[in-house]
Design a protein. Structure first.
Length: 169
């Protein structure tokens, strides 16, 4: 099993991150989204763009968490997460996601939202967002819109997710 070095992205990683996203998705939409989020000071949070690098230092996995809101209250959005097809199922994506979530928790954040595969994200602690009274601003299957609160004793906002403008929703 590969041992991943997990770290926040650096300026030198940006081309490699774009390559990962272009390899992992059928279009450039996710790569362009990350570029737009990087340029949005209201959405971008330093330290929450995580790279999983292989033993020779090559970025292989990627996870991004940015600021969003739920009816005006601050929350976080996990998206996109990517691994090139040649490196999928190696743990690179999971390692980057876990690290991003750990950093968000350490920063004092509490609520993270993700729209994704219902058979993948629960392993990190995500459950349907509807259980928190949170809904997407568009139609999506209930099991695909997920949320995680780090501290169940803290209040969690309810309502509609407000994504940064770069998401186009």
């Amino acid at each position: 099993m590969t041992t991943w070095t997990i770290r926040p992205e650096t300026a030198e990683d940006i081309p490699a991150i774009r390559d990962i996203l272009l390899a992992a998705f059928p279009t450039a939409l996710e790569a362009d989204l990350v570029d737009a989020l990087r340029a949005d000071p209201q959405a971008w949070i330093d330290g929450l763009s995580m790279v999983a690098a292989d033993p020779d230092g090559t970025p292989t996995g990627y996870a991004l968490i940015t600021r969003c809101h739920v009816d005006g209250a601050p929350a976080l959005a996990l998206a996109p997460c990517a691994v090139p097809p040649s490196a999928q199922r190696t743990g690179a994506g999971s390692a980057a996601i876990r690290a991003a979530l750990d950093v968000a928790r350490a920063m004092g954040e509490n609520l993270v939202l993700v729209l994704g595969h219902a058979d993948y994200y629960p392993r990190f602690g995500f459950t349907p967002a509807s259980g928190f009274g949170i809904r997407a601003p568009f139609d999506v299957p209930d099991e695909a819109m997920m949320a995680m609160a780090f501290d169940a004793t803290r209040p969690v906002p309810t309502g509609t997710i407000e994504y940064p403008a770069a998401f186009g929703v």
